[in-house]
Design a protein around this ligand. Sequence first.
Ligand code: FAD
Length: 438
Amino acid sequence: MMRAAVIGCGISGIASAFYLRQRNIEVDLYESEDRIGGRIGSELLLGRWLDFGGKNVGKNYSLFRDFVRECGIHDYEYFGFNTSQIIDGRVVKINKEGAKLFNTLRFISLCGFDGIRKLYPHVEAILKDRSQGVLNSEYFNMLAEKYDHVSLAGYLKEPCLSHVVRPVTVRMNGAEPDECYPGNFGSNLALIIDSYEQLKKGMHGMLDAFQTSAEHRLLKILTGHRVTSVSSGTVKGSIRIASLNKGVPSTAVYDKVISALPAIRLSLLLEEHLPEASGLLRQVRYYPVAVAIVKYRHDVFQKTQRAMVFDHTFPLSNIGAYGINDLDLVRYTFSGRVSRTVISDSSVPEDVVALGENIASPYFAIRDNTRLSFAYRYISEGLCAYSPFHYRLLRDIDKKLSSITGFGATGDYRRGASIEACFRAAGECVDKLLGSEH
Ligand SMILES: Cc1cc2nc3c(=O)[nH]c(=O)nc-3n(C[C@H](O)[C@H](O)[C@H](O)COP(=O)(O)OP(=O)(O)OC[C@H]3O[C@@H](n4cnc5c(N)ncnc54)[C@H](O)[C@@H]3O)c2cc1C
């Protein structure tokens, strides 16, 4: 029987293992941490598991929803699209629960004429064919050829840049519009036009179900195993991976290996054996994000206003209610350029939470509320902002990687950072690697 290894057990690794198992291939899944999940991982707060990374599931996430169903999970709760921002000193709300016409007019005024003129054709292209709303799609590669010599900040004008584009890039890419490119914006646009739910038992429930089901399938999850290098094996067509478990080195040989790591992590593994591929992978940009989830004694939000985005002068990019019925549970997200100058992996979590509270308290019931508890996570390679002419870089990376027969690479830099895009990329990677073999 064919044996495969998947490196990394975030959602991309889980998706890769899922598709390999569908082809009846025995899989070893290597994860450097003691727990699986990567950036969809959760933390325990006052007896409840809370998700710190990806948790919102779009109505259009068909591949991920199929997987979740296979895990035996069927319960979702409405999350919606509800946000607000301060414009000229006034709080401007936008949400999908309000009157449709009113929200559409508000969105048009936030975009301005230039924004509508430039963005609407791209939205239309995605609505016509959903498969275009990802990185490296035919439509957006054409756009990249035309416009990626400038960033989004050069491609679009105000007020669209500040009021529509930045709230999206800072949240989805951890980056400012001048750090993102038009050819990659389709993967963001597809997410803006979706609407969202959450798994009732969170990502934690899904990860638990996946781990339990792995025991019955030919799928071995090796937590605490950090892969240190990948190279061609001595037998033709085989791949050798070296790993460390509690400081003890070991090696194993497989027929197929999939990297499901962020580009920057894969670049480190290939430094010795494939330095050129490693150098190309390093060109994919990642930015840090810090997330704090704080439980207060009383509600902080109202049902009609559950989130707010802050402009480029603040380190806090947004604040939101954890769920539609969790108005006392606040998720603070710090990303973007200013955040990078004031928050690092050595920041004291308590200070970061206090910073968020100071910024948001004029708008929400925080000051006279009691903070009961909080959990905090800083992810240094938190959000992927891709690269200009990203599809060309992917093509060059794949050319270099093809020198290791049987090796494939997937992850958030392939089709986009959403959980659904990670599933799509993983499925394509497995198909490419195996063709019609199984
Ligand atoms: C704050 C935040 C909010 C988000 N919100 C949403 C959302 O609401 N909806 C949505 O669709 N998406 C969201 N996303 C995006 C989504 O969560 C990520 O794109 C996705 O989780 C990335 O998964 P991945 O498996 O590609 O990478 P990762 O989750 O980073 O997984 C990589 C794994 O590899 C392991 N690893 C690293 N090096 C090694 C090694 N040498 N050997 C073995 N293992 C290794 C890591 O420990 C990790 O577990 C969000 C992301 C963040 C950060």
